[in-house]
Design a binder for this molecule. Sequence first.
Ligand SMILES: O=C(O)c1cc(C(=O)O)c2c(n1)C(=O)C(=O)c1cc(C(=O)O)[nH]c1-2
Length: 223
Amino acid sequence: MNDFEAELRAVPERRYHHLHPFNLRMHAGELSRDELRGWILNRFHYQRHIPVKDAFILAKLTTPELRRMWLRRIQDHDGTGPGEGGIERWLRLGEAAGLDRDELLSGEGVLPGVRLAVDGYVNLCRNGSALEAVAASLTELFAPDLMRTRIAAFEKHYPWIDQEGLRYFQVRVSQGGQDSREALGLVLDWARSRTDQERAVAALGYKCDVLWALLDAVDGAYR
Ligand SMILES: O=C(O)c1cc(C(=O)O)c2c(n1)C(=O)C(=O)c1cc(C(=O)O)[nH]c1-2
């Protein structure tokens, strides 16, 4: 691992939301049903914007190989037909937790802080360079481990959520691993100058702030 890769990995090590008090309480089994439902509802706002930000990134990629790679991410979330994909699986997670699908789809109840955090990520991918937008996705280096912890916590502490609802996280463990390996390869290849490396590190730090701010909003609202 070269110095730049170590510098990139050090950002989420210190600032990723696996350290956020809300996630720590989730893993310890301390969340009420209302808190967990509030998290699922607000996180749906993040989930449904992932393919939107990925479409902005897609438009910045200049070869068929790169666009094919990135298109797969949109398909992971949207599926290739009705009833498929990560967004559908997140809706089923909501239903397994007792939320109404139409309520999730309406966007009602999404907290202002969550809207701002998600806007921040989408706008980074809209207005930033391809390097910055891809670097921001590198929080996913840490997501699969967090998902494994979350699955175990749900099974142990929140058995009132139907097992079927956990499919989203089970599928995401391998998808997130592939996404982050590919994204890391691109960032290491593209960021050759020190200025570009600093921009990539800053974008990844910003993305950590997005995820942290999202949980701050949820943590404050449902206690
Ligand atoms: O539940 C999580 O903790 C978590 C974190 C992240 C992340 O690190 O950005 C993503 C996801 N989930 C996720 O499900 C997902 O599809 C995803 C896509 C991206 C991205 O930036 O492209 N991050 C994440």
